[in-house]
Design a protein around this ligand. Structure first.
Ligand code: ATP
Ligand code: MG
Length: 318
């Protein structure tokens, strides 16, 4: 549970990096948050980041969870000596120094490490402890149209740093009877963070994960969430798909592990939905449309005269 101390609220002059991020740069920082465990935060962070990157946008995934599942899921074995988000939060290193390349050129990772468990305690005594990630992101924000933060299943100082650094909150929720349990706590945390630290933070969307539209329960939960969150419930939902569960053990996002799976398709659709909600054009979508238009027009010019010729030819040949 986050304890917010209004006395810690910094004055704008003392915190130059605390200005509205969206006004300062075109990038969008999204925290994938839900204090409930196992709802699909990491699966969403990895696969959404990969899907956005494959749309041709430079994307940064930051693993803010000491469990380091996003790090492992992208194929990086545990290595406590490697620079990680821990070193960044404590101000020992910059983001640029800790960046790791991935199999997708446009996707970079800031890994986590077990040390991060201790960061919560080490940060407590530091001035402006809630702003550490936000300050670290400031110099590189303009380089990445999308930055995704995979948060731990807790509303602790690590999650608070993620919320203070973000423009949007993406909340994965499992379609189950207790789906809304804990959501009021998350929403009131969002309110308090908005008031005390980051006025530009907003709910980006609620995402149904492990969804099975064949069950009445899933449909009922979907209806409940729709009436509760209205347009904040994202149109895309993520189906339960075994490929999504298998991909991390191969160290790959599902888009590389099995690009034709339902899981890969769902995360591609989610990426396009988020880009369109944010009025961000996808370079790949543009390319696909141009290729389809070129194919359609060449087909047209091929079918018209060629068909005729063939008809005459085949008649003559008869
Ligand atoms: P934690 O709170 O521990 O960080 P989390 O919210 O990040 O968990 P994940 O690790 O993404 O949740 O998912 C929990 C488990 O469910 C994992 O084993 C994952 O592979 C599996 N899983 C997640 N989404 C799906 C899906 N759509 N279909 C099938 N399995 C899924
Ligand atoms: Mg996780």
């Amino acid at each position: 549970m986050i304890t917010i101390h209004p006395v810690n609220k910094p004055q704008p002059a003392a915190n130059p990096s605390a200005e509205t991020p969206s006004a300062a740069s075109p990038s969008k920082v999204i925290a994938v948050v839900n204090q409930k465990g196992g709802v699909g935060k990491t699966t969403t962070a990895i696969n959404l980041a990969a899907a956005i990157a494959l749309e041709g946008l430079r994307t940064l995934l930051i693993d803010c969870d000491p469990q380091a599942n996003s790090t492992g899921g992208l194929g990086f074995a545990r290595d406590e000596a490697r620079l990680s988000i821990y070193d960044i939060l404590l101000g020992h290193n910059t983001i640029a120094e800790a960046l790791l390349p991935t199999e997708i050129d446009t996707l970079k990772l800031i890994p986590s490490s077990k040390n991060l468990i201790g960061a919560t305690i080490e940060l407590i005594s530091l001035e402006g402890r809630e702003y550490k990630l936000r300050e670290a992101l400031a110099p590189i924000r303009a380089d990445y149209p999308f930055i995704l933060l995979d948060c731990p299943p807790a509303l602790d100082l690590l999650t608070l740093n993620a919320l203070v650094a973000s423009d949007g909150l993406l909340v994965p929720m499992q379609a189950e009877y207790f789906a809304l349990e804990g959501i009021s706590e998350l929403m009131s945390t969002l309110d308090r963070v908005t008031q005390a630290f980051n006025p530009s933070l907003a709910l980006e969307g609620v995402l149904l994960t492990m969804y099975d539209d064949r069950t009445n329960l899933s449909q009922q939960v979907n209806e409940n969430l729709k009436s509760f969150f209205t347009d904040k419930l994202l149109k895309t939902s993520i189906p339960r798909n075994i490929r999504l569960a298998e991909a991390p053990s191969h160290g790959k996002p599902v888009a590389l592990y099995d690009p034709r799976s339902r899981g890969a398709e769902a995360y591609r659709e989610l990426a396009l939905e988020l880009l369109s909600r944010n009025n961000i054009a996808s370079p790949e979508e543009k390319r696909r449309k141009a290729a389809a238009a070129a194919a359609a027009s060449s087909l047209k010019s091929f079918t018209a005269p060629e068909k005729k010729n063939r008809f005459w030819k085949s008649n003559k040949e008869k």
